[in-house]
Write a protein that binds this ligand. Structure first.
Ligand code: HEM
Length: 395
């Protein structure tokens, strides 16, 4: 008798990423396609829906899919079931629908409910935990708080009819658009990324319900780096832009050097490790360039968004999919589709960033950059996506 689990049974067995990763990809495609729609179909300037869908749709779907799969396993608690995953998926669609219709306050309110529900569900599970999370996960908690606080402030601004001061409004945007993803990337990265480079994992501690020796020191260091990133948002909104961007780059680099000594990794030749290097380098490089040219920050932040957040998201997602579908042999191999995808993200980033320097062709370059991003995402969906239906038992 065929005992293979169906796609829905696999999701029900604690693997929400199988539904949320492809959904996130589709939401991301919608979020960037708003630019070609503006340029070629004369739709309204899509600044708000674009930012909202990319953060509260695309990236949130991957965050929830990843943490919803990994955290219950790490803590050895009950796994996420299909109904809960379907609820998150439906909520993400609602949030993005509201952004598309420019019901921005309603979108922030729906996102707040979604995030509160997800955090509440994780906290509820931690009561049965048999292990303590890795110390770097304090940054995941701080990132979640950035998402909550940023969305709540933006909601308040809308409800009060632009009632926040410019400084509070900017602070809210920085928390949601950068802190919400940057801090979890640092925290999860310290635990996950050494595996990509075959490096020892400094975040692994013996199973214990209370902090084992050395755990608190590492958690305090992670928290200090997280506070530095949040402080850099304060510096930015009070006008000390250069100091702010330098501090942000410094906090990322110091944390990475201490926790993920990528500089010690030997070049394995694997495409995933190569993509990851490009993505990890894009974060400090983006902020350093913003410190040098603060007047071009809206263009340069797309180094962080495209070759940083987007490439990192799809690279980590690839590792998750390959690892759960019996394709581990590809971890350190050359994977042409991932190479091609990474190249397209680099091209999208260069086209988006340079567009702002060329006023006559700026708009058409926004559209071309978006098309490159979409093709990269489709390469992932069609080449890696089929693994979402496979389990390790199928191989
Ligand atoms: C690839 C094609 C892309 C294009 C052409 C593009 C274009 C733009 C433009 C023109 C703005 C400025 C809007 C304004 O000033 O009114 C902007 C803002 C923004 N974009 Fe993109 N973008 C792209 C990709 C992305 C990606 C992949 C992400 C996220 C992963 C992203 C996230 C954002 C966010 C959050 C903002 C608002 C930033 C802030 O004010 O805090 N963008 N984008």
């Amino acid at each position: 008798m065929d005992k293979r689990k169906t796609f829905w049974q696999l999701i029900d067995a604690g693997e929400p990423y199988r539904l949320l990763f492809p959904l996130g990809t589709l939401l991301g495609i919608i979020g960037v396609m708003l630019w070609p729609a503006h340029v070629w179909l004369a739709l309204a300037w899509p600044s708000e829906p674009h930012a909202g869908i990319m953060l509260q749709g695309f990236l949130s779907a991957f965050i929830i899919g990843f943490l919803g799969t990994a955290l219950p396993r790490l803590l050895e608690v009950s796994q996420m079931r299909l109904a809960e995953t379907a609820l998150y998926a439906a909520s993400l669609v609602v949030v993005c629908g509201l952004h598309l219709l420019e019901f921005t306050e309603a979108a922030h309110a729906a996102f707040l409910l979604l995030l509160l529900g997800f955090i509440g569900s994780l906290l509820h599970r931690t009561r049965q935990r048999k292990d303590i999370p890795p110390p770097g996960f304090i940054l995941v908690a701080m990132g979640m708080l950035c998402g909550l606080f940023g969305s709540a402030l933006l909601l308040l601004d809308g409800v009060l009819n632009n009632g926040l001061t410019v400084e509070w409004y900017l602070f809210a945007r920085r928390l949601l658009h950068q802190g919400f993803l940057l801090l979890p990337i640092m925290g999860v990265g310290a635990f996950l990324l050494p595996r990509f480079f075959n490096l020892p994992n400094a975040q692994l501690f013996p199973e214990s319900l209370t902090p084992p020796p050395g755990w608190l020191r590492k958690a305090a260091f992670a928290a200090a780096c997280g506070v530095a990133v949040c402080l850099s948002f304060v510096f930015e909104v009070v006008g000390w832009s250069r100091t702010a961007f330098l501090l942000r780059a410094f906090a990322i680099v110091i944390y990475a050097i201490v926790e993920i000594p990528v500089h010690q990794a030997r070049f394995s030749g694997g495409t995933l490790a190569l993509s990851l290097r490009v993505a990890l380098l894009s974060l400090p490089i983006g902020y350093l360039l913003m410190a040098i040219l603060p007047q071009w920050q809206m263009a340069l932040i797309h180094i962080v968004f495209i070759t940083g957040f987007s490439l990192l998201t799809f690279t980590v997602a690839t590792r998750v999919v390959l690892g759960h579908s019996g394709q581990e042999h590809l971890f350190n191999s050359r994977v042409l589709s991932i190479f091609f995808m990474s190249l397209l993200f680099v091209l999208a980033m260069l086209t988006r960033v340079t567009a702002d320097w060329m006023p006559e062709i700026r708009m058409s370059h926004y559209a071309y950059a978006s098309i490159c991003w979409v093709v990269a995402a489709l390469v992932w969906l069609f080449k890696i996506g089929p693994g979402l239906r496979l389990s390790s038992d199928d191989s």
